[in-house]
Design a protein around this ligand. Structure first.
Ligand SMILES: *Cc1c(COP(=O)(O)O)cnc(C)c1O
Length: 416
């Protein structure tokens, strides 16, 4: 980035500091990852200069000789990786992708039913502060208070009572696999469209480490930058019968010109996701999450649902007598970066909740295996047991940096 360094040293320096932060710290934010250098190169390409409102073969501007091919490749690769009938790769991010689904199927005031935000649902699944909760009649289902698990019987009762037009399956903080066949039965019983938002776990689906929603769902959205390890963006995939409605909702319904540099980078990421190496990656993500979960359970941590079978875990710190925020800040000072998070039926407020959320996607991308996850679990236990011990934080931060040096982060291998 020599040109940037000369022209705008302020931004150059900040980007460089962020590069070192991503290189030297253990990143456990469940929605984050490292993209490959190839994905970054496509993201930073001249495709950012081109306008291409419309779809391949039906554009409103000339000069699409190469853009059409890029977008068609991205679509074909998504179909191949996921077995989708129709794919739209243009949504700017996960939230606009979800809005496009609502625009395609709903009128204002219609009912949607999704997982409650404080139980692991996403803002766009009907939270009151979100447009999804303001423009639609948003109903929600909760997790079981005893087990922390989805209670499919309770979801069925709620769905039959409120008759949603769209039933949403998907989450940002639920540490277990979803039962798509049962969601399908419930959707059929109440006449709803089944919408699966696999933003968090689409990389596991691509790699065969999580059941696929595709035989069951009418429409599936995903971000491309979480477990799928692509650029910041999203896709809407659906059954062929809904293709026209979805495409019209994305453009011209919600967006203007697609971000072609992102589309190209999505295509690159999908090529990577179709390899055997990515299957191994997805399987290792789950093994790593489970190794960390086991270590933390041994140390007396209270994991919601008692463990994990995907990439993430949610920990209720109430028995450790520390809040999620204090723990997250102490861990950040020790080079272990995660987020504080509400736990189901949390007695504390969302801005200072009882839990933390941890994910294994990013550390697995840099090559961590079970051995490193066990070490990580021991460090987390030490920090959370003494959150005010700044000397210990400094000591562990140095050990974290030394461990990270042995596991070069994708895209940052050349950083001295
Ligand atoms: C991250 C996420 C989104 C939103 O993605 P953005 O790109 O942040 O808009 C939507 N749904 C779920 C379940 C998510 O986890």
């Amino acid at each position: 980035m020599h040109t940037l360094q000369q022209q705008d040293p302020d931004i150059f320096n900040l980007i460089q500091q962020e590069e070192f932060r991503q290189k030297d710290k253990i990143r456990l934010i469940a929605s984050e990852n490292y993209v490959s250098k190839a994905v970054m190169e496509a993201t930073g390409s001249v495709l950012t200069n081109k306008y291409s409102e419309g779809y391949p073969g039906k554009r409103y501007y000339e000069g699409q000789q190469f853009i059409d091919q890029v977008e068609s490749l991205a679509i074909q690769r998504a179909k191949d990786v996921f077995g989708a009938e129709h794919v739209n790769v243009q949504p700017y991010s996960g939230s606009p992708a979800n809005l496009a689904v609502y625009l395609a199927f709903l009128s204002p005031g219609d009912t949607i039913l999704g997982m409650a935000l404080p139980h692991g649902g996403h803002l766009t699944h009907g939270a009151k502060v979100s447009i999804s909760g303001k423009y639609f009649n948003a109903e929600s289902y909760s997790l079981d208070e005893e087990t922390g698990l989805l209670n499919y019987e309770a979801i069925r009762e709620k769905a039959l009572a409120c008759k949603p037009k769209i039933l949403i399956a998907g989450h940002s903080a639920y540490p277990r696999q979803l039962d798509f066949a049962t969601f399908r039965e419930i959707a059929d019983a109440c006449g709803a469209i089944l919408f699966v938002d696999m933003a968090h776990f689409s990389g596991l689906v691509a790699g065969g480490a999580h059941p696929s929603p595709f035989p069951y769902a009418d429409v599936v959205t995903t971000t491309t930058h979480k477990s799928l390890r692509g650029p910041r963006g999203a896709m809407v995939m659906c059954k062929a019968e809904y293709a026209a409605a979805i495409d019209k909702a994305v453009f011209p319904g919600l967006q203007g010109g697609p971000h072609n540099n992102t589309t190209a980078a999505i295509a690159v990421a999908l090529k990577e996701a179709s390899t055997d190496a990515f299957k191994e990656y997805a399987a290792q993500v789950v093994k790593n999450a489970q190794a960390l979960a086991t270590t933390l359970l041994d140390k007396g941590f209270n994991l919601v649902t008692g463990g994990t079978d995907n990439h993430l875990m949610l920990i209720d710190l109430t028995n450790k007598e520390v809040t999620g925020k204090i723990a997250a800040k102490a861990l950040d000072a020790a080079g272990i970066v995660l987020n504080y998070n509400a736990v189901p039926y949390d007695k504390r407020k969302p801005f200072d909740p009882s839990g933390i959320r941890l994910g294994a996607c990013a550390v697995t991308s840099r090559g961590f295996k079970e051995e490193q996850m066990v070490q990580l679990g021991l460090w987390i236990d030490a920090i959370v047991s003494a959150p005010a011990n700044t000397a210990l934080q400094e000591e562990i931060a140095a050990a974290v940096k030394a461990l990270c040096a042995k596991f070069p982060a994708p895209g940052l291998e050349d950083l001295a």
